[in-house]
Write a protein that binds this ligand. Structure first.
Ligand SMILES: [Zn+2]
Length: 364
């Protein structure tokens, strides 16, 4: 239709202005409307005009999406995103949810070959998805801070065979495959008991772009705890993270995927004068997550997929099944437009996007 075609052109031209206004407008919101805004951040944002093309290390240079470009790369930022869940990485598996370093490597290589690019759970939950145009975000998550996830060797590098060493190796082999992941830890991160080595481990991870965040103090079933105990479990771990030099958590994973009652306790609250306010609470899950821009996205209960082959209970619901499913249903998958400031979608999916994101939408 003529009207909509010229309208699209006008919208395309107006996009830069609109998004800039939206970003600046957002930065001017009172801080209580922006979870986790600290006074220092507010001052920093207000002091400068939003730079849309800032490119942090390891991230693709920004592009400015247009409807034509979005159509060319089949962008669909209303699509599904796999958030993969790993537990122990052991050469000899002891439980069905364990994976071997070789199984981890094979899964990561397959993801790289299929066009996935890792982002952290924090980037996903906050909608800060920086993935090149035409590629698909994947979130790699490791629960319980097990020693098999990360350790430093004598020369201060990730110890061979740990999850981080495997991920770094895969990233070297596939340069577009960004080595980032989220580690949800408890009171003894990576099996370390002294503060000094805990802090050194966590510092290496944070310095290299990994996210280290909250999986509660000692991994209780939150569903059966009293409200105050739930808050205490979360705050104690927040305080440990702070002592270890980690920025305040924006995400948490529920131990056993078990939701406290009421559900809201997991996302925001305070105990003994310390507040927490997460952008995302993650389940143990059984399916890909909705896009964080989707109207139906529930940041208080984000789905994950257990990494596993297609056996037994995992005949369905685990990673091999779902990654094959997404490959067979490319129209259902999140495809990036390469432009973190805009949300590109086929016109027919416009109704699926959260109304609050309306100004960012490019429909084609
Ligand atoms: Zn756990």
């Amino acid at each position: 239709m003529r009207i909509s075609a010229s309208l699209t052109r006008i919208i395309g031209i107006a996009n830069v202005v609109v998004v800039t206004v939206a970003v600046v407008g957002l930065s001017l919101l009172p801080s209580e409307q922006r979870p986790h805004a600290r006074p220092k951040d507010v001052a920093k944002v207000q002091g400068s005009v939003a730079p849309p093309s800032q490119t942090p290390v390891g991230e693709p240079p920004g592009v400015v999406a247009t409807p034509e470009f979005a159509r060319q790369v089949h962008a669909n930022e209303a699509g599904l995103v796999p958030v993969l869940m790993y537990h122990r990485i052991l050469a000899k598996r002891l439980a069905s949810i364990d994976r071997t370093p070789d199984q981890l490597r094979k899964e990561l290589e397959k993801l790289a070959e299929q066009g996935y690019v890792p982002i952290t759970a924090r980037d996903f939950a906050t909608g800060d998805i920086k993935v090149p145009a035409g590629k698909f975000p994947v979130v790699l998550t490791f629960d319980d801070g097990h020693p098999s996830h990360f350790a430093l060797d004598a020369s201060g590098n990730p110890k061979a065979g740990t999850a981080v060493a495997v991920l770094q190796e895969v990233a070297r082999k596939y340069p577009g495959f960004r080595p980032v992941a989220t580690f949800w830890i408890n009171k003894e991160p990576f099996g370390l008991t002294d503060r000094e080595s805990q802090a050194a481990a966590v510092k290496w991870l944070v310095d290299h772009g990994y996210e280290v965040a909250n999986h509660t103090w000692n991994h209780p079933n939150l569903r059966v705890l009293r409200k105050k105990k739930v808050r205490e479990q979360i705050v104690r771990l927040e305080r440990l993270l702070k002592k270890l030099g980690v920025p305040q958590s924006r995400t948490m994973a529920l131990p056993f995927g078990s939701m406290p009652r009421p559900k809201k306790l997991a996302r925001t609250g305070s105990w003994d004068g310390t507040r927490y306010d997460f952008a995302g609470v993650f389940l143990a899950g059984a399916e890909p997550s909705l896009s964080p821009y989707a109207k139906k996205f529930d940041r208080g209960a984000i789905q994950r997929i257990q990494s596993n082959g297609k056996k037994g209970e995992c005949r369905k619901w685990c990673s091999q099944y779902w990654l094959e499913w997404l490959d067979k249903h490319p129209g259902e998958r999140y495809v990036s437009d390469g432009d973190p400031a805009r949300i590109s979608i086929p016109e027919k999916l416009r109704g699926k996007i959260d109304a609050k994101r309306g100004l960012q939408v490019i429909a084609y």
